[in-house]
Design a protein around this ligand. Structure first.
Ligand code: ADP
Length: 210
């Protein structure tokens, strides 16, 4: 949340009690010039605390810092946060899938057909389950053990990050593929994982976001 200066807090109080009020009049009450106040008014308007109407003046929006922050977070879109997806061909072996997971340092692999369309998902535990079985991992195809369509939960780049975060919680999964609809099916263009959401959480605090 934005840390407001003393002066900005005072401006909010003045507008709250006297709005609509012009910049000129706010400046008078603070014994400052209009020019000195301009950056403060710009910050307060951009952050959403105040609203400005030409020739009328400033209004108090009535929104608290946390309401404004919530509004902002609710607008975060998948496209701004997605990371690179790691895909594996359906014919690859479980052994290859395990190697890819280590090499690429991911926890979820997306399985695609020969037209690069999404057909399934494989998680760490899917691979562990296969590994404790009796099968030969180098000949067992990954598509046998994957969670397959239409049971794969997907998202699209214009979706809201908060909706994806809710899917991760409700379905108890670590990540979703970001897909693009094509004539052949769904092409995997990205991924959103629990790590993505954790990073957003940390950035929000680091950036003093509003
Ligand atoms: P892990 O199994 O390693 O804890 P997850 O919690 O992500 O990892 O996976 C749990 C199960 O859900 C696995 O069987 C996996 O195949 C499946 N799964 C993972 N991601 C998705 C998804 N996006 N849609 C549907 N099922 C998924």
């Amino acid at each position: 949340m934005v840390e407001l200066s003393n002066r900005q807090e005072k401006i909010i109080e003045i507008v709250k009690h006297n709005g609509p009020i012009t910049g000129e009049h706010i400046a008078e009450r603070l014994n400052l010039t209009r020019a000195t106040l301009r950056p403060d008014l710009a910050i307060l308007t951009m952050a959403g605390f105040l609203d400005a109407r030409p020739r009328v003046g400033y209004f108090y929006t009535g929104k608290t810092g946390s309401e404004l922050l919530t509004e902002k977070i609710k607008k975060f879109q998948v496209s701004d946060y997605q990371s690179v997806p790691i895909v594996v061909d359906e014919g690859a072996s479980v052994y290859d899938a395990i190697s890819t997971m280590f090499l690429e340092d991911v926890g979820t692999l997306f399985i695609v057909d020969d037209r690069s369309c999404l057909i399934g998902v494989v998680s760490r535990k899917d691979l562990l389950r296969a590994a404790i079985g009796k099968q030969d991992l180098s000949t067992l195809p990954v598509h046998i053990i994957m969670t397959r369509m239409p049971n794969v939960t997907v998202c699209r780049k214009e979706d809201l990050l908060i909706d994806v975060a809710n899917h991760l919680i409700n379905k108890q999964i670590d990540g979703l593929p970001v897909v693009k609809d094509t004539a052949n099916g769904m092409e995997v263009v990205g991924r959103i994982t629990k790590t993505t959401i954790t990073k957003v959480f940390v950035e929000l605090i680091a950036d003093n976001h509003i």
